[in-house]
Design a protein around this ligand. Structure first.
Ligand SMILES: *[C@@H]1O[C@H](CO)[C@@H](O)[C@H](O)[C@H]1NC(C)=O
Ligand SMILES: [Cu+2]
Length: 182
């Protein structure tokens, strides 16, 4: 009996680790890179991705013409680059996504943001998807930002409910397994 329970416990630990998140590097705009020539619909590009904390973005562009500025939600909407949170000008900028929520980027060259050179990167926590009784397959944790601009996003209330449920389920399994031992 004890052996079987240890084996079960090992199985669960292996399951948990096998679902552990490995980070991804995204080249913004794929082969077209970071451009204002209307080649890429960056919001469409971003909407097909599932960004997590620990992932990396690469902005590749000709720095004679472009740059990358991280701005607030409000400045993103109005294409205002005058009070950027961070700015990058190398032409091959690597940016690691360190927190959940929205990262708003735009090109600060005149007219480029208005021409569509802007992207809203929504970052979620790197939770092993196989442990989640997910109400939404595309975005298990939804947005952590209250100022979400996307109307089809999950409501914050459904995002907070799943975390305690996972913890409770995991704790129940652990207590159950240990209970057999003592
Ligand atoms: C851009 O933002 C700055 C600082 O927040 C502000 O002073 C300025 O009026 C804004 N410009 C426009 C065109 O909204
Ligand atoms: Cu530009």
């Amino acid at each position: 009996m004890a052996f079987r329970n240890i084996a079960t416990l090992v199985f669960f630990v292996v399951m948990a680790f096998s679902g552990a998140y490995s980070s991804v590097v995204y080249r913004v705009g794929d082969s077209d890179g970071w451009t204002s020539r209307g080649l890429v619909d960056y919001n469409k590009w971003a909407s097909t991705k599932d960004f997590h904390v620990g992932d990396t973005l690469i902005f590749a562009y000709n720095n004679q013409f472009h740059n990358v500025m991280q701005v607030s939600d409000q400045d993103f909407e109005s294409c205002n680059a005058t009070s950027a949170i961070s700015s990058y000008t190398s032409g091959s900028d690597t940016i690691t996504l360190k927190r959940p929520g929205h990262y708003y980027f735009l090109c600060g060259a005149p007219g480029h943001c208005q021409a569509g050179q802007k992207v809203d990167i929504k970052v979620s926590l790197p939770v092993p998807e196989n442990l989640i009784p997910s109400p939404s397959p595309s975005s298990p944790y939804g947005s952590s930002s209250p100022s979400a601009s996307n109307p089809v996003e999950m409501s914050p209330s459904s995002t907070v409910s799943s975390a305690p449920a996972i913890g409770l389920a995991f704790a129940t399994v652990v207590v159950f397994l240990l209970g057999f031992e003592f």
